[in-house]
Design a protein around this ligand. Structure first.
Ligand code: F6R
Length: 260
């Protein structure tokens, strides 16, 4: 894992957007794996700005989101489809037919999950997968105890995830308890992975992911087996890393320079 500790959240966001933007410029027909969640909001804002001001085009990009709440139709204000539409798709030139998010209102969610996995495979897999991490170490909605060999399926959300998601829902709204999520193996098959974490509340999960044993207790720890993972952290998210000084010595200021 390449662990880059940036000097603040703004630099994490700028670095992530620059990497995604460069990838899109070099591989205009790439397949991107996209995430939702608060961490991604400023990254998507910056990608939208690059589209608007620098002409970065997503016209031939294909995207697959990680997950969707079961029970929410795409039009629901809190669905991830609407969220992606509002925060990114409406602001760039991506073709809607090339954007994929599981259908949360599918009559048969299990069949929808299988079809989604098959669609990713048919597209040739994910080239660049963008990830956040949950306070409990989840990636996508692969909660602790998820099989490290899992593919797209239905998962029950952990209490800490439901709690963390509360801020996105109105006080009188029921928070979904289940989601369709790509699996850990689905994520592991991506060509490269970019994971972002900011803030103190992610510090424990980040340490378990990078330095802990590979275990379903922290699903993100499976990424230790992936050959091309870049982790972008702010100092708060990096604060519990035992080898923080070592990572900073290899990559001063979180810069990604040649090692020799
Ligand atoms: C969302 C997702 C989740 C989030 C994670 C972090 O599609 O897959 O794994 O990335 O819960 O969420 P935030 O960024 O809101 O802390």
């Amino acid at each position: 894992m390449k662990v880059l500790i940036k000097d603040g959240k703004a630099l994490v966001v700028a670095d992530a957007a620059a990497r995604i933007g460069d990838h899109v410029s070099h591989y205009p027909d790439a397949t991107l794996g996209l995430a939702t969640g608060g961490t991604m909001t400023p990254v998507y804002q910056e990608l939208a700005r690059r589209h608007r001001e620098d002409g970065l085009s997503f016209a031939d990009i294909t995207s697959f989101n990680l997950d969707e709440y079961i029970g929410l139709p795409p039009s629901h204000p809190r669905s991830y489809r609407r969220d992606m539409e509002d925060r990114l798709f409406a602001h760039i030139d991506i073709k809607r037919t090339r954007t994929h998010i599981p259908a949360g209102d599918a009559a048969d969610p299990e069949a929808e999950a299988r079809t989604y996995e098959a669609r990713i495979e048919a597209a040739g897999g994910i080239d660049l997968q963008l990830l956040g991490i949950g306070v409990n170490g989840h990636i996508g909605f692969n909660e602790p105890s998820s099989s490290l060999g899992s593919t797209t399926r239905i998962k029950r959300l952990a209490p800490s995830t439901i709690e963390a998601n509360r801020r996105f829902f109105k006080a009188d709204e029921a928070i979904p308890t289940h989601a369709i999520t790509v699996g850990i193996q689905t994520i592991m098959r991506a060509g490269m992975i970019l994971l972002l974490a900011t803030g103190e509340r992610k510090a424990e999960a980040v340490a378990a992911m990078i330095e802990g044993p590979v275990s379903t207790f922290c699903p993100a720890s499976a990424l230790q087996f992936h050959p091309n993972v870049t982790v972008l952290l702010d100092p708060a998210a990096a604060s519990r890393l035992a080898l923080k000084d070592f990572y900073l010595a290899i990559h001063p200021n979180g810069e990604d320079q040649d090692l020799l």
